[in-house]
Design a protein around this ligand. Structure first.
Ligand SMILES: Nc1ncnc2c1ncn2[C@@H]1O[C@H](COP(=O)(O)OP(=O)(O)OP(=O)(O)O)[C@@H](O)[C@H]1O
Length: 308
């Protein structure tokens, strides 16, 4: 697949001297969904804003559909729809007019058929005459997407599309994104949620402290990230594990009533069923069990170790 966006050696130092991006290079392929995963302050929004030409780079270049993001700003920007993190829409305007007005901002002629198609695809058509202030939070987010799509961009940026959104609505948003991809739109979304990246993306880029740590196919990355821990609470403390359990990746924790077992979520077998049976056979009585996923922070620590 050809690149639709090429970011090359991009750095951004904000006024005041803070360096938010450090020599970022990134190729975004036409038609893919790329998730940018990173903790707060990693530089995700800065990267998006710079690609969209809203923030000026300190050094480096960006090409969008072959247009330089600075020298050819208008042509580059016309290819992009941007859905910002915050909801900023005129409360008393109707849905239809809001979206139609956005199209005009890109110098495109009024085209009711396009606006209708966009609103229908986002299940907003029956709300077209409603004032924005009467919509639910989820619908307002859809209006933001509709605005971003009003000028028929080939690329859509979604900055944390599901932050603060309930589970049901999050799934809805995922469906909308999938549909857009099926229509050939290239989608870049930022997220804190591994689950979201796992669900949506073709490729995942991990960004931390202004640096891209890696960009990989989702499957390959999930294999790396797919470690979980089973924490077992025993009724009585153990000093040493019985010999019959030596085949398991099992360690005694602190206090000694705790056992830790780590396993691959992506593997065919987790070994949990056999482990629990063998614990019972060894006479160890369980009080409680709990599982936990490696946190983003732990994953980053591991990635940083691996990548330096
Ligand atoms: N206009 C600005 N001036 C100075 N520093 C800024 C400015 N905008 C962002 N920063 C800093 O740059 C860093 C990266 O911010 P950015 O918003 O890109 O992160 P992010 O990954 O999008 O975070 P979040 O997940 O919280 O949205 C942060 O430390 C932030 O404080």
């Amino acid at each position: 697949m050809a690149s639709i966006i090429s970011v090359s050696d991009l750095s951004k130092v904000y006024e005041g001297g803070f360096q938010a991006l450090k020599n970022v290079s990134l190729e975004i392929k036409e038609g893919e969904i790329l998730a940018l995963l990173g903790p707060n302050g990693a530089g995700k929004t800065t990267l998006i804003s710079t690609i969209c030409g809203i923030t000026l780079p300190t050094s480096g270049t960006i090409s969008v559909g072959g247009f330089d993001s600075q020298d050819d700003f208008r042509n580059a920007r016309a290819l992009i729809g941007l859905v910002p993190q915050e909801i900023t829409i005129e409360p008393f305007e109707t849905v239809f007019n809001t979206v139609s007005f956005s199209r005009g901002l890109f110098g495109k002629n009024r085209n009711n058929a396009v606006i209708e198609k966009v609103l229908r695809s986002l299940s907003l058509w029956d709300k077209k005459d409603n004032q924005i202030r009467t919509l639910s939070g989820g619908m307002k987010r859809r209006v933001l997407i509709a605005k971003a799509l009003s000028h028929e961009p080939r690329i859509l940026f979604l900055d944390e599309p599901t932050a603060g959104v309930d589970v049901e609505l999050r799934k809805d948003m995922w469906e909308v994104v999938r549909q857009l991809r099926a229509e050939g739109v290239t989608i870049i979304l930022t997220t804190h949620y591994i689950e979201e990246a796992e669900e949506m993306a073709d490729r995942v880029g991990v960004i931390n402290h202004g640096e891209i740590l890696l960009v990989e196919d989702k499957q390959a990355l999930m294999q790396k990230l797919g470690q979980k821990q089973l924490q077992i609470e025993l009724q009585e403390p153990v000093e040493k594990l019985p010999e019959s359990l030596s085949g398991y990746r099992l360690t005694v924790g602190e206090p000694k009533t705790q056992l830790h077992y780590s396993y691959e979520t992506t593997g065919e077998r987790t070994g949990i069923t056999a482990l629990l049976a063998d614990l019972a056979n060894a006479g160890l009585r369980l009080k409680d069990i709990e599982t936990r996923q490696s946190s983003l922070e732990e994953i980053f620590v591991n990635l940083v170790k691996e990548n330096r």
